[in-house]
Design a protein around this ligand. Structure first.
Ligand SMILES: O=C(CO)COP(=O)(O)O
Length: 135
């Protein structure tokens, strides 16, 4: 894993507010990460939380696959993807591909807030251990 945690942040439309609130709550962690996001999610995070990040295309336009490609190339360490399990997505095959590639490459993946809370603690621990390594 690289020294700076590389985190992909994605949310379906009905979960975007949850993601923004979650990221705000854990800003101390996320501001020390290299962040990637799909387009709409990323633009919202930039606007509402003032975070620097790299954004890709919107999920329905191939953004999930672009993030999947980063994962396949070992350029992402953690994935937080707040899915909406109650709304059919036109790009469901892309969503499935993204989840699958996380499993193929054994990447920690949170698809709901409860797991995202656990994952952000792990990212925080990782940051703490890289800090202590510097001394
Ligand atoms: O659709 C998405 C994930 O499947 C997310 O894409 P946006 O961030 O562009 O809404």
């Amino acid at each position: 894993m690289s020294k700076i945690p590389r985190v992909a942040l994605i949310a379906h439309d009905k979960k975007k507010i949850d993601l923004i609130m979650f990221v705000r709550e854990h800003l101390d962690v996320f501001k020390n990460c290299r962040l990637y996001a799909t387009s709409t999610t990323g633009n919202l995070l930039k606007e509402k939380v003032k975070l620097e990040l790299t954004s890709f295309k919107s999920g329905p336009l191939g953004g999930d696959l672009q993030i999947g490609s980063l994962i396949a190339n070992d350029e992402v360490d953690f994935v937080i993807f707040l899915r909406d399990p109650l709304t059919a997505q036109p790009h469901e095959p892309d969503v499935t591909a993204l989840l699958r590639v996380c499993d193929v490459h054994n990447k920690p993946l949170a698809t709901n807030l409860a797991t995202a809370e656990a994952l952000v603690m792990e990212i925080g621990r990782f940051l703490d251990s890289s800090d202590s390594g510097k001394e």
